[in-house]
Design a binder for this molecule. Structure first.
Ligand SMILES: Cc1cc2nc3c(=O)[nH]c(=O)nc-3n(C[C@H](O)[C@H](O)[C@H](O)COP(=O)(O)OP(=O)(O)OC[C@H]3O[C@@H](n4cnc5c(N)ncnc54)[C@H](O)[C@@H]3O)c2cc1C
Length: 442
């Protein structure tokens, strides 16, 4: 009997999780660690490539450390100490801040090396991890209802090597299947298209500067004529002889629809190529791209026994395009809610997930969505970046907001400024930011 067919004849798992990225694997780890029976389904086999900037901020490091994985990450990754921002003729080095909840450093590590570590850790904690196994569809889905996901008795999966299909039954079905989220959409999730979304592309290059202790962010990209084009660029040293070079763009950028990200990457590589030794000879292959569903733009994220986590729930931070930490965090929050539901034998406890998501991210993402709408205006961006990068204390405070590293117990400019922005975002409807920034179109 194969592993799949033997699983099909077993009693239902407590939880089945679709997707072995940051959100699914952390969720599987926390649930298995709490003693629940968990099955994690991942269609690829680790190690596997995943298009990403490969940057871990202090928020991600905190989650990895909590799972007991920091030593393993340090062994495969490259430690860095802060961000260097460049734009409109100015530049600034900013060390990650001292913080009571987060370390003052980050790592870069390829997703090729990172994602398998977390999935294996979940397995070691007791989860059943099926790799090379794709979730094809929901098992016995309930009907659609307004404002909630559908429920399901599990998922039907297919072993990609043998072609064998089998049902996996579970009391709870969690979906962390990433930016495209086919299974999430089958559950009834939809993206709010009025809200910002990101699109990004990255490639690897060999570079002598591969072990610098900073990650670089460029807030202006210029075409061969020297004109600013919509988008931003990054260079993240990987410490293994390579750097990760990429570009990103927001759907709120006016020219979003006409932009070809491959061309944008070419412009960016031409812009920084000499300094970093980036050219056709040092390129490790054609760049690959993906989408960044952000700002909690996807919902509903809860059903009678179902939850969405990570990119499937649109949890990327619009301020900085960071999604790994939010994958780990939302996987952990979902594990806590499902754990409470299992312990009390009460599925209504899943509402804890919505409540904690709202209190952890609701206000912050509202401000972030407004911020990206405003800075998507090229004139506003040029003035803010050009002036801001010349005032280090101001930028340091902004970094705390943008990386979501504010202190609960501090009343510094970042915290006070942020609270003022929350009040402003509360007072104005979401579309007001569009109206404010689009007036110049007339
Ligand atoms: C170009 C680019 C650069 C980025 N750079 C950064 C960065 O530097 N730092 C950062 O923090 N974030 C970055 N992000 C965002 C980050 O990659 C995501 O937010 C993060 O991977 C989300 O984790 P996840 O677990 O929700 O989804 P994913 O990491 O996408 O994992 C989903 C998993 O589900 C599997 N899967 C999908 N469908 C099925 C199915 N039907 N059955 C079984 N398995 C399935 C997939 O194979 C995948 O392994 C970047 C994104 C892009 C596109």
């Amino acid at each position: 009997m194969t592993e799949l067919s033997s699983l099909a004849s077993q009693p239902p798992f407590d939880v089945v999780i679709v997707g072995g990225g940051p959100s699914g694997s952390s969720c599987a780890y926390w649930l298995a660690n709490a003693g629940w029976s968990v099955c994690l389904i991942e269609k690829k086999s680790f190690p596997r490539e995943k298009t990403c900037g490969d940057g871990l901020t202090p928020r991600s490091v905190r989650q990895l450390a909590d799972m007991g994985l920091e030593t393993a990450v340090a062994a495969h990754g490259h430690k860095y100490h802060g961000l260097r921002a460049f734009g409109f003729g100015a530049s600034l080095e900013m060390q990650w801040p001292e913080h009571s909840n987060f370390p003052n450093y980050g790592y870069t590590i390829t997703r090729f090396n990172l994602d398998g570590l977390v999935a294996e850790h979940a397995r070691a904690a007791g989860a059943t991890v099926l790799t090379g196994t794709e979730a094809l569809e929901l098992l016995e889905p309930t009907n659609e209802t307004d404002g909630a996901l559908r429920g399901a008795a599990g998922v039907i999966v297919k072993d990609k090597t043998t072609g064998e299909s089998s049902p996996i039954r579970a009391r709870y079905v969690l979906v962390g299947d990433g930016q495209n989220s086919r299974i999430g959409r089958t559950l009834g999730a939809q993206r709010n298209r009025e809200w910002p979304m990101g699109m990004a592309l990255r490639g690897y290059y060999r570079s002598e500067r591969h072990d610098e202790p900073w990650i670089d962010s460029h807030l202006d990209i210029r075409d061969p004529k020297g004109d600013v084009v919509p988008g931003y660029g990054w260079i993240f040293p990987l410490g293994d002889g390579r750097v990760n070079v990429g570009v990103g763009l927001l759907s709120t950028d006016r020219a979003w629809k006409g932009v070809n990200t491959t061309k944008l990457q070419d412009y960016f590589v031409a812009q920084v190529g000499d300094e970093w030794g980036l050219n056709e000879e040092t390129s490790c292959g054609a760049p690959t791209g993906g989408r960044l569903p952000m700002g909690l733009a996807i919902g509903p994220r809860r059903g009678p026994n179902t939850l969405l986590i990570g990119d499937a729930a649109g949890t990327v931070n619009p301020f900085n395009g960071e999604g790994i930490s939010y994958g780990y965090e939302t996987g952990r929050l979902a594990a806590a809610a499902v754990g409470a539901a299992l312990a009390d034998n009460d599925p209504s406890q899943l509402r804890l997930y919505d409540e904690t998501m709202e209190s952890a991210y609701g206000d912050y993402y509202k401000v972030a969505r407004a911020f990206v709408r405003i800075i998507s205006e090229p004139e506003i961006l040029a003035v803010c970046v050009g002036a801001g990068l010349r005032v280090k204390p101001l930028m340091r405070e902004l970094l705390l907001i943008m990386a979501n590293l504010m202190h609960n117990d501090r009343q510094g400019p970042a915290e006070l400024g942020y609270r003022a922005l929350v009040k402003l975002a509360d007072a104005l409807p979401e579309r007001a930011f569009d109206i404010l920034t689009r007036e110049s179109d007339n």
